[in-house]
Write a protein that binds this ligand. Structure first.
Ligand SMILES: [Fe+2]
Length: 307
């Protein structure tokens, strides 16, 4: 298995690494981040090679979630399915306008307002699986704490009611797909609304499901916090057709609430920065006090592309 320390992220967004480059320590190849292209550039002598997405390993050994999620499942799910998405994506984007984009940009552009381009499914599946592996940890599960628990209790009534809803949504996704916990901004996209700004209370945790490779990055104002893969390849070796058993044990023993809390904090920071930027623009300043526009986030791109 490849060592996580041998990887360098191609981009950061939503607190997640999008794609990775394997960096053999003995190689004379050097890497530089290209702001223009928004990706890492590999330099070998005088030749510049645009970085490709590479398979990122889970943040734990493949046998770390035994016996709940077996090493055999990881060897197929990560080692074959996830790898195939990465390989196919790299073939699909080569020489296209998507070559050199970040993974999140690729997902938004290839979603193409629902009229999806060929690269969408592979790009989204690469991102979804990275996000899924990082949604779990050895010794995970149980109940979250702190602000996350308070929000869950506020928005679902109780932690137990959240679990019931998550199980229902994940078990009723017909065919292949994903279930999500997301932080949803409530915003009125009406220019002349009297009060178009949402308050903190308007922002809510929601449980959602999506078919095939679709993820919340392509929806307006949804910040993904947690996901479970409900494609059969995720659970069939360990649980056969018992999807509900797999979902239950995922909640009870695998969820990394630390990762979910961290994503929530980062989502709030992204939202707060965007609101400050919008407020500055409303005041007529036209640009940020730092003298440059804030870097667009995938959520902002989603707003632009899907409104
Ligand atoms: Fe999967």
């Amino acid at each position: 298995m490849l060592s996580p320390s041998a990887f360098v992220p191609t981009s950061h967004s939503n607190g997640c690494f999008a794609g990775f480059l394997n960096l053999p320590s003995s190689s004379a190849t050097t890497f530089q981040f290209s702001k223009k292209q928004g990706s890492w550039i590999r330099k070998a002598g005088d030749t510049e090679i645009t970085a490709k997405f590479e398979l990122k390993p889970p943040p734990y050994p493949l046998d770390a979630l035994e016996p709940i999620m077996s090493q055999e499942t990881f060897e197929y799910h990560w080692g074959k399915h996830h790898r195939a998405y990465v390989d196919n994506l790299n073939k699909q984007i080569e020489g296209t306008d998507l070559d050199g984009k970040s993974l999140e940009e690729t997902i938004i552009m290839a979603y193409n307002n629902g009229d999806i381009l060929p690269a969408f499914n592979n790009a989204a599946q690469v991102w979804n699986h990275d996000f899924f592996w990082e949604s779990m940890k050895p010794g995970g599960g149980g109940k979250p704490s702190g602000e996350l628990l308070k929000l869950i209790e506020r928005d679902f009534g109780s932690f137990e009611k959240f679990v019931d809803q998550f199980k229902l949504v994940a078990s009723t996704q017909f065919g292949s797909g994903w279930a999500w916990l997301a932080y949803k901004e409530s915003r009125l996209d009406v220019g002349n609304a009297v009060n178009p700004l949402a308050t903190e209370e308007d922002k809510k945790l929601v449980v959602l499901k999506s078919p095939n490779a679709v993820n919340p990055l392509v929806w307006n104002h949804h910040h993904p916090l947690l996901t479970i893969d409900v494609w059969e390849h995720a659970y069939y070796l360990d649980y056969q057709n018992r999807r509900l058993d797999y979902i239950s044990v995922f909640i009870d023993k695998l969820v990394s609430w630390d990762a979910v809390s961290s994503r929530l904090e980062k989502a709030k920071a992204v939202i707060a920065e965007r609101e400050r930027e919008e407020d500055r623009k409303r005041r007529g300043e036209g640009k940020s006090t730092t003298g440059k526009e804030a870097t667009p986030t995938p959520e902002i791109l989603a707003d632009i592309d899907t409104n």
